[in-house]
Design a protein around this ligand. Sequence first.
Ligand code: ADP
Length: 247
Amino acid sequence: IQSNEFLLAVEGLTVSFDGFKAVDDLSFYLDPNEIRVIIGPNGAGKTTVLDLICGKTRASGGSIRFKGRELTKMREHQIVHAGVGRKFQNPSVFEDLSVFENLEVSYPRGHTVMGALAFKRDSAVEEAIEEVAETIFLSEMLNEPAASLSHGQKQWLEIGMLLIQKPELLMLDEPVAGMSVAERKKTAELLKVITTRHTVLVIEHDMQFVENIADRVTVMHQGKVISEGSIEHVKADPKVVEVYLGH
Ligand code: ADP
């Protein structure tokens, strides 16, 4: 198989911290427009995998090809530019700015908050903001300060701040952490809607949510993939039950 047929091809990825292999000869492949969920016990190396893909951590071995381009040699901003967006676990929105302004400063053109705000608003930007606001259920909140949003709404806003940059691959670290049941349901809807245009790679512990969203699941343990496939497949895999689901 040619790895450039995949949107993302991770092969033999390895990184050690003080001799400890946090990610150990890891390989997995993403098809365009799928939702893949990485699950596994704490310390399995899940967050480190996202750190490696977005360039925050340097691999000591292996390759990460995105649309055929090697990411392991690129800097973080080049990886963003190539079309990879990453959301961290805790929302980091600009609390004093409105929802509209948070999306506006994230629109891919300005390099600083002030520079982007000084930029003349045009209808293409406004349309893009309104479209994203609708996707993230915040159309009615556009003029409210981000500080007035619930924790869950801030998580959505941050997803919106990524969506407006149109990344082909969107990586989310525990997107429903701290959310209410209703917000979790809406987040599952949101992720399904955006896969018409984006591919989504998610780390998640909430198995109910995983069952709702995942096309395929990759199970990690001790830096390696121990099982992969449909949710039904991995849930029935004795190795997965032993290290993760059984307790
Ligand atoms: P998970 O996300 O599956 O809980 P992590 O990727 O956060 O796992 O961590 C995997 C292992 O690598 C853990 O043992 C963690 O302590 C270690 N680790 C992660 N990042 C670093 C780092 N920057 N320096 C040293 N050890 C790290």
